[in-house]
Write a new protein. Sequence first.
Length: 361
Amino acid sequence: MQKIILTGDRPTGRLHLGHYVGSLKRRVELQNSGAYDKIFIMIADAQALTDNADNPDKIRENIIEVALDYLSCGLDPAKSSLFIQSQIPELTELTCYYMNLVTVSRLQRNPTVKAEIQLRNFETSIPVGFFTYPISQASDITAFRATTVPVGEDQLPMIEQTREIVRKFNSVYGETLVEPEALIPENEICSRLPGTDGKAKMSKSLGNCIYLSDTEEEVKKKVMNMYTDPGHLKVTDPGSLEGNTVFIYLDAFCRDEHFAKYCPDYKNLQEMKDHYQRGGLGDVKVKRFLNAVLEDELAPIRTRRKELEKNIPAVYEILKQGCVAARAEASKTLADVKAAMRINYFEDEELIQSQQERFNQ
Ligand code: ATP
Ligand code: MG
C-alpha cells in the first residue's frame, strides 16, 4: 500500500509556533525523508467558514498568509501538493454521503468539538456546518487515501471519527476506503504548546500566539512578557517550573548546543532548571536565552518569507497547480465511493442491460 500524507490548517490567521511544533515541522521532515509516495497539504478554507460564515474576507486574506508560512518553513511544491479545500468539490460530495453513517449523538460526544463550541459561545446556536465538520474532515482524509495524518493532539478525536466512518463505509459497501493513522509529536509539549499567557493551548482564537512571521522585535516583546512563576519575585527566590511557560517552551525548542552558543553558564536545560529552582536565576536571563533559541529557528523562516513575498502571483500559481493535483486524486476516490454505493448508474453497463432484460420479460 502507498504511504500518503494529508494534513492542513484553517486559514483563520497566520501560523504560529503551536502549528510549527505540533505539525508543520514534522511535515517538512516527513516530506524530505522521501518515505512517502504522496503528500497533500490542505488550506482548510471551507472548514474555516463553518465558524466564520459572516467574515469571508478574513479567510480570503489568510489563504496567502498560510501558503507563505508553508513555503517559508520548507514545504516544497515539487514534493507536496499544496491546495485549497473549497476548490475540490468532490470533498463536499463525499461529506454528503458520509453524513448518513454518523449519528448526531456521536458528533455530540466529540471532546474537541465540545471544547470549541464552548470557546465560540455556540452552546445555544451551533451552525450545522460547524457541528458536522468532523465528517468533512473524514472526507478530506479519505479522499486522498491518506495513511498518515501529522497533527497536534487536539485532532485525535477527529482522526478517530474518520476511522469509524471508514470502517462503517467498508462494512456496508465493501472495502473501499483507507483507515488513516494520526501522527502526534513524540514530545508531549509539542503536541499541545501552551500560549504565551500560560493558557493550555496556543491558538489564533485565544490571541496568545507567537507567529512564524512576527518580526524579531515582536517575538522579543512577546517572550519578555511571557507568563512565568508569579511567586518568583526576586532573583534570589526559588522558582517553580510548574506551568512556567518559558521553561515549557525551552523543553519544546532548546537543544544542548544552544547552551554552548547562547548561555555557556550551563551545559544543558537540566542545569538551568536546577539553578532556577534553587534560586539565584532571574526570569530575564532565562527569557533572553529563550528568545535566542527561538530566533535560531525563526530567523531563516522569516528570511525565506521575505523572498517569497516579492512574488505573490507565483505563490497563487503553486496553489492552483496543487488544486489540480488534489482534484485528480479526490475524483478517483469519489468514483470508487459511488461505485461501491451503487450510484454510478451511467458507468454501469451491466445495470442498464439488466434493467432492459427485466422490462423485456
Ligand atoms: P483556530 O483557533 O482557528 O482553530 P488553531 O490555532 O487551533 O486555529 P488549527 O488550524 O485549528 O489552529 O490547527 C492546525 C494544526 O495545528 C492542527 O494539526 C493542530 O493540532 C495543530 N495545532 C494548533 N495549535 C497547536 C498547539 N498549540 N500545539 C500543537 N499543535 C497545535
Ligand atoms: Mg483549531
